[in-house]
Design a protein around this ligand. Structure first.
Ligand SMILES: *Cc1c(COP(=O)(O)O)cnc(C)c1O
Length: 373
């Protein structure tokens, strides 16, 4: 019998298909495709949903990060401390702004940036700390913000995996000076293409980013600085407006599926990343195994698709190898052990049960228990 296939996620709109099509139709009929009423409305609706005063739509999450840095005049000659465990785009955004990424190691359990390692990485050129709310769980902001205050550094939050997440009850993106969101299709709030946004409580910063995203123009054909072309499309903004009201329910669903995984996997030969903050929004459900490649092959044979977030610490990527000599043992170990299980709002509890059953049936070839900590 061929097992039922459980995909990692599914991006075809189902429950919101009519709403998405109506949003697209509205924009097509209006004939206004760049920086129009949909983007303007989405910016205020997003800001309200995320508990921030201002929202600015941009072309991607990477651009959102890079434009925050540029708007803070962080660039050539400056250093920005970020985590060794993230999508490489976090560090690429720092390079795009002209600054140099300096990598801190991660907390060995929670896998977000380790505040002690951040403190150690601060130097005379450091201008900002860029924590990532990894897998949907907030970084340890209560420990990071005092370090930033002590050294007069800006905190810029990478919220690309953390739509609606909170840190000790505070919405992510509003704790530091600004937060960057991505609407890449696989994110908790996804467009049907690329998109991103900045949220901030600082009106001057929001205005500067609005100028930078639009070529540095103040008025039409008056470029006061060399900005970029990084605008959120009207069609994507309209789609995101149709989806934003559903995000709380989708987030609840992710949390329930994650709780079901935790309950079912208590005796499995894997170790789930601990939930240190109940504001976790479960962009990913990640477990660790010291027999990861065998486990991934076993799950694939059972029809279960998994992914690795991430196989290599960012400082060990060829693109960054010279960026920092920092050695990040906790990130390196995580990269050899983590495996992301299927999790998306359209998934059923039966799917979770089947994934858990396959995990419980896994016997590491070497007989190791595969449990870490
Ligand atoms: C997706 C992601 C990004 C980049 O967002 P894009 O919209 O793809 O540019 C940056 N950081 C993290 C943590 C991400 O998950």
């Amino acid at each position: 019998m061929t097992p039922r296939r459980i995909p990692f996620l599914s991006l075809v709109p189902v429950e919101d298909r009519d709403a998405v099509n109506a949003a697209i139709d509205r924009v097509v009929s209006r004939g206004w495709f760049v920086l129009g009423p949909e983007v303007e409305a989405f910016e205020s609706e997003l800001a309200a949903a995320m508990g921030a005063a201002h929202g600015v739509g941009v072309g991607s999450g990477t651009d959102a990060l890079s434009l925050i840095l540029r708007a803070l005049d962080i660039g050539p000659g400056d250093e920005v401390i970020t985590t060794a465990l993230s999508a490489a785009y976090t560090a690429l955004a720092i390079v795009m702004a002209g600054a140099r990424p300096v990598f801190a190691d991660v907390d060995p359990a929670r896998l977000t940036i380790d505040p002690a390692s951040v403190e150690h990485a601060v130097g005379p050129r450091t201008r900002a700390i860029l924590p990532v709310h990894l897998y949907g769980q907030a970084a340890d902001m209560a420990a990071i913000q005092p370090i930033a205050d002590r050294h007069h550094l800006a905190v810029i939050e990478d919220c690309c995996q953390a739509h609606l997440a909170t840190a000790d009850g505070r919405p992510v993106g509003t704790i530091g000076v600004a937060g960057a969101f991505s609407f890449y299709p696989t994110k908790n709030l996804g467009a049907l293409g690329d998109g991103g946004a900045v949220v901030t409580n600082d009106p001057a910063l929001a205005d500067r980013i609005k100028r930078l995203r639009n070529g540095g123009q103040t008025d039409r054909y008056r470029h006061v600085e060399a900005g970029v072309n990084s605008r959120l499309d009207e069609i994507q903004a309209a789609i995101l407006r149709s989806r934003l009201p559903r995000l709380p329910a989708w987030t609840d669903r992710r949390r329930r599926l994650a709780a079901a995984y935790r309950a079912r996997l208590a005796d499995a030969p894997v170790h789930a990343i601990p939930e240190r903050d109940s504001g976790h929004v479960y962009h990913l459900f990640v477990v660790r195994s010291d027999a990861r490649s065998d486990l991934q092959a076993h799950l694939a044979a059972s029809g279960i698709e998994t992914l690795i977030h991430y196989p290599v610490p960012v400082p060990q990527q060829p693109a960054f190898r010279t960026a920092s000599p920092a050695d990040c043992p906790a990130a390196a170990r995580a990269c050899s052990e983590v495996i992301s299980l299927p999790l998306h709002p359209a998934m059923s509890t039966d799917d979770v049960n089947d994934v858990a059953a396959a995990l419980l049936a896994f016997r590491p070839a070497t007989g190791r228990t595969a449990c870490v900590r």
